[in-house]
Write a protein that binds this ligand. Structure first.
Ligand SMILES: Nc1ncnc2c1ncn2[C@@H]1O[C@H](COP(=O)(O)OP(=O)(O)OP(=O)(O)O)[C@@H](O)[C@H]1O
Ligand SMILES: O=c1ccn([C@@H]2O[C@H](COP(=O)(O)O)[C@@H](O)[C@H]2O)c(=O)[nH]1
Length: 236
C-alpha cells in the first residue's frame, strides 16, 4: 500500500552503468524500469529526475581545465541522453513516459512546462525531467528538489548506489555507520556529501522529506514508496 500519491524519484545516472565502466547497461536499465513501472501501475504518480554521472560530470577529472559552465552544460546533455534511453526502455516495457527538458532541444524532447508535466502525471504517465535545472553549477539532486517542489510531490526518493546516508562516505570509510533518520540541519552541518547542500536546503525550506536508498536492492523502491523504514529518511 503506497504512502504517497505523488513522488519525485531521483535515479542515479552512475547506477545505470551497472558493472560496466561507462554508459548504460541494458540489464540494469531494464531492471530499474521494471521496478519503477510496478510502482506507477499501482497508481502512484511518478516523476523522475535522471542523473548523468555514467556519461559526464562537470566536476569529473575528464573536465579538468575546461570552462566549468561549458562542462556543466555537457553534463546536462548527458542527462538528456539518459532520459531518452529511459523513455525508450519504458516504451519497450509498454509504459508511457514523457521527457521534458530544462534546456531547449525541441527536435529531440519537449521543453519543461510545469502544468503539462502535472497533467501527464494526473493521466498516469511517467514524466522524466532531463537537463537538471538547466543551469550550470547545480546538480540533478537540486533539480530533484526543485521539480519535486514545483509539482507538489510528497517526497523525494533518491535511488542511488549506497543504501542510505552514512556518517562518512562508506566507499571511503569502512567504519562509517548508516543513519535511519537524520534532520536536514544535521545533514547540512555535517557536510554529508551524498547530496549537495543546495538540494537539502531547498527540500528543508519546502518541507519536502527525502529518502535515500539503494537502487540495487530488490524491493527497496517499493518499500520506500510504502513509507517503510528503507535506507535513510531526511526530515525537518
Ligand atoms: N555520507 C555519505 N553517505 C552515503 N554516501 C555518501 C556519503 N558521502 C558521499 N557519499 C557518496 O555519494 C554517492 C551518491 O551520490 P552521487 O551524487 O555521487 O551519486 P548519484 O546521485 O547516485 O549519481 P548521479 O550523479 O550520476 O545521478 C555514493 O555513491 C557515495 O559514495
Ligand atoms: O542542474 C544541473 C544538473 C546537472 N548539471 C551538470 O550535469 C552533471 C551530471 O549531473 P549529476 O547530478 O552529477 O548526475 C553535473 O555534474 C553537472 O555538470 C548542471 O550543471 N546543472
Amino acid at each position: 500500500m503506497a504512502a504517497y500519491k505523488r513522488v519525485l524519484l531521483k535515479l542515479s545516472g552512475e547506477a545505470l552503468m551497472g558493472d560496466d565502466s561507462y554508459g548504460i547497461n541494458r540489464q540494469t536499465i531494464e531492471r530499474m524500469v521494471a521496478e519503477v513501472s510496478e510502482v506507477s501501475a499501482s497508481g502512484v504518480e511518478l516523476a523522475v529526475v535522471i542523473g548523468g554521472g555514467n556519461i559526464f560530470r562537470g566536476i569529473a577529472p575528464g573536465a579538468a581545465g575546461m570552462d566549468r559552465a561549458t562542462a556543466d552544460y555537457m553534463g546536462m546533455m548527458a542527462t538528456v541522453m539518459n532520459a531518452l534511453a529511459l523513455q525508450d526502455a519504458f516504451r519497450r516495457a509498454g509504459v508511457e513516459a514523457r521527457v521534458q527538458s530544462a534546456l531547449n532541444i525541441e527536435q529531440v524532447v519537449e521543453p519543461y512546462i510545469r502544468p503539462k508535466a502535472i497533467r501527464y502525471l494526473e493521466e498516469g504517465k511517467i514524466v522524466i525531467f532531463a537537463a537538471g535545472t538547466g543551469n550550470p553549477f547545480f546538480t540533478t539532486d537540486t533539480a530533484a528538489a526543485l521539480r519535486g517542489s514545483e509539482i507538489g510531490a510528497e517526497v523525494v526518493l533518491k535511488a542511488t548506489k549506497v543504501d542510505g546516508i552514512y556518517t562518512a562516505d562508506p566507499n571511503k570509510d569502512p567504519t562509517a555507520t548508516r543513519y535511519e533518520t537524520i534532520s536536514f540541519n544535521e545533514a547540512i552541518s555535517k557536510n554529508l556529501e551524498v547530496m549537495d547542500a543546495t538540494a537539502f536546503a531547498l527540500c528543508r525550506d519546502q518541507k519536502l522529506p527525502i529518502r535515500v536508498f539503494s537502487i540495487n536492492k530488490p524491493g527497496a523502491l517499493n518499500r520506500a514508496v510504502a513509507g517503510e523504514n528503507e535506507g535513510t529518511l531526511v526530515h525537518m
